[in-house]
Design a protein. Structure first.
Length: 260
């Protein structure tokens, strides 16, 4: 009788364990089913290969300048670019030669660009190492030598010129290479020409966030308030020659862009 009782207990225990495992599996299946309702498997994102270094162009980028030639650019509104190609793989503004304009047009994009302010300090305020990146030929992100060089804060390095002061000042010393990484969202217009959604910029200067999805209020204006005028969905990128003021031979290298 003792053996029968022990066998009965064992069978009962095994049954309880099996029942518990079955309930557990059923619950797990139910949880996995519920979780699967919010899982998306398609479409699969395109595979992009990063560069070896963080600043290298990824596999889907368009390289605008790699230190070898200026073929991706022209003088603004046409003509051969007049900037100087340096032995170290940089290109440098030549005073009075005019802005550089990309031959290809862009809208929404991610831009990587490296620049160097002149090591020899000339000028002050806005006349010292002044240049700029103009998205769609009209929305400017400022380049300026602000190292021990006060200026109006919505016109310093990292500003969306005369619209947004940078969150922090993150510039390096003159003569050192600096890096911009920018996500630009193009404005959208209605059929009648009115603005539907404004442009936006997120900007990292030397790896530090200086503009966080900032709304662009319109095209850049030196005098007066910015405003929007309807334009094409894609337009050239412009690098500014601010050479009329003097000490602005800013250099550039490693420029690449991704269309978004």
């Amino acid at each position: 009788m003792k053996k029968i009782a022990l066998l009965s207990v064992a069978v009962c225990t095994f049954s309880m364990i099996a029942n518990a495992q079955s309930k557990f599996k059923s619950r797990q299946d139910s949880l996995e089913y519920e979780a699967a309702k919010t899982e998306e498997w398609n479409p699969i994102p395109k595979s992009v290969t990063p560069g070896t270094n963080p600043s290298d162009a990824p596999s889907d980028a368009i390289v605008l300048f790699n230190g070898k030639d200026l073929t991706a650019f022209q003088k603004k509104n046409g003509g051969a670019p007049g900037w100087k190609l340096e032995a170290d793989g940089a290109m440098t503004v030549v005073k009075g030669s005019g802005d550089l304009e990309s031959k290809q047009a862009f809208g929404d994009c991610q831009l990587h660009l490296e620049f160097r302010e002149p090591a020899e300090i000339k000028g002050s305020n806005q006349t010292r190492g002044n240049s700029g990146i103009w998205f769609m030929s009209r929305y400017e992100l400022q380049i300026l030598d602000n190292y021990n060089n006060p200026t109006y804060v919505n016109g310093e390095i990292g500003s969306i010129y005369k619209q947004h002061t940078p969150l922090v000042t993150a510039c390096k010393k003159p003569g050192e290479w600096q890096t911009y990484d920018i996500v630009f969202t193009a404005p959208q217009f209605k059929d009648n020409g009115d603005l539907a959604t404004p442009a936006r910029m997120t900007v990292l200067l030397n790896g530090i966030l200086v503009q966080n999805n900032a709304i662009v209020y319109g095209g850049v204006e030196w005098i007066g308030l910015p405003k929007y005028v309807k334009h094409a969905d894609k337009m050239p990128l412009i690098l500014q020659d601010h050479g009329l003021d003097g000490g602005n031979p800013v250099s550039f290298r490693n420029i690449w862009i991704r269309q978004l």
